[in-house]
Design a protein around this ligand. Structure first.
Ligand SMILES: Nc1ncnc2c1ncn2[C@@H]1O[C@H](COP(=O)(O)OP(=O)(O)OP(=O)(O)O)[C@@H](O)[C@H]1O
Length: 350
């Protein structure tokens, strides 16, 4: 079972450069959350602050009841064992085989015998689809394989919290779908609390239970995915649509003259290049593969959303009701299909 991570009033700067301020959010136990935001808004810095690699000037990060911004180095060492982290580039040691990379946390943090190490490593290697590649060096394999090896390494200590920094960067759409499915299957299997940093809108729409967004040094929003996806906030709408026109510019702040020129272009029917998809229609979340346990997080998440439904804007309420009805219909169809399979399997004669 995962643990809750609760961030309150967090502020981080490097020298005089403030990265973000007063960030508060709770990663609900065992749920999958995603953090979005334009490049350079400090998403990776946020992940590193969650595991105590970077130190905030203000605020707290409470992991399983311990504030890691205040605790001793020894306590932090223990708390870190709860985390599995997939860094953006996989962060593998270039001179070690994939096997040794994946075994590294076990050899470093546990006293397991090599035979036990082998069985855990090979189980994870198989889970991420790298059987047969374990003796290769990171430089001999593709970027997608490196990501999966990084994920295997993040999983060997049975983490209760998994942080993934852009699991999809550099991957083609099919590999991205595989890694997304893997995260959902892992969540169903071990109920770990997961935070994914991504720019991939498809992942944001179909994987997390909750979504947050950093913009202009603040957390614009954090909550059930349905709330962000149906949001009317211009920055959220622009980001989801990938449009040039809107508050987000090439450098983060857009000046008012540029914004006015864009508004005129948009009024004249010139496209900002964004997709015209309707993000307010909430599409189904990726489900665990057949044979996987039911995702407990999805059940808890739905309960939370039903509780808060009356507090949301009307368009969000409607979109959520429609997506829940579609979810129920799909589940009923699956049950019916499973029953018909059972019906058609002949009962063996004694
Ligand atoms: N150790 C550091 N020392 C000084 N500045 C840093 C350090 N780490 C990050 N920064 C700065 O913090 C800012 C945020 O960087 P970060 O990598 O967290 O952004 P990001 O939102 O993850 O970006 P991207 O989406 O492009 O990966 C950048 O301006 C970066 O230069």
């Amino acid at each position: 079972m995962g643990v809750e991570v609760s961030v309150s009033g967090l502020t981080k700067s490097f020298g005089s450069q403030n990265i973000w301020r007063d960030v508060s959010l709770t990663l609900p136990t065992g749920e999958v959350s995603a953090l979005l935001g334009p490049s350079g808004t400090g998403k990776s810095v946020f992940l590193k602050t969650l595991i105590g690699l970077l130190h905030p000037e203000q605020g707290s990060v409470v992991v399983d009841g311990t504030d890691i911004t205040q605790c001793s180095a020894k306590e932090l060492y223990e708390i870190r064992k709860l985390f599995g982290v997939l860094f953006q580039d996989g962060a593998l040691f270039g001179s070690m085989s994939l096997y040794d990379n994946i075994a590294f946390p076990l050899r470093e943090h546990t006293r397991k015998k090599e035979s036990e190490v082998r069985s855990i490593v090979m189980e994870k290697v198989e889970m991420v689809g790298l059987l047969g590649a374990e003796e290769k060096l990171p430089g001999e394999i593709s970027g997608g394989m490196r990501k999966r090896a990084g994920l295997a390494r993040a999983l060997v200590l049975d983490p209760q919290i998994i942080l993934c920094d852009e699991p999809d960067s550099g991957l083609d759409p099919v590999r991205t779908a595989y890694i997304s499915q893997l995260l959902i299957d892992i969540n169903a299997t071990i109920d770990a609390t997961i935070l994914v940093v991504t720019h991939n809108i498809n992942i944001a729409r179909t994987i997390p239970d909750n979504i947050g967004m950093l913009f202009r040094k603040e957390l614009v929003m954090f909550g059930p995915r349905e709330v962000l996806l149906t949001s009317e906030q211009p920055v959220v709408k622009q980001f989801l649509a990938g449009d040039r026109f809107g508050p987000i510019g090439m450098s983060e702040e857009k000046d008012s003259a540029v914004a006015a020129a864009e508004a005129a272009m948009a009024a004249a029917g010139i496209s900002g290049g964004g997709t015209k998809d309707d993000f307010t229609e909430i599409i189904a979340q990726v489900q665990p593969n057949p044979g996987m346990p039911v995702r407990q997080a999805a059940i808890r998440h739905r309960r939370n959303v039903v509780e808060m439904l009356h507090t949301l804007p009307r368009n969000a309420q409607e979109a959520i009701r429609a997506s829940m009805a579609a979810e129920d219909a799909r589940a009923a169809e699956e049950r019916a299909a499973a029953a018909s399979v059972i019906d058609t399997v002949p009962i063996p004669v004694a």
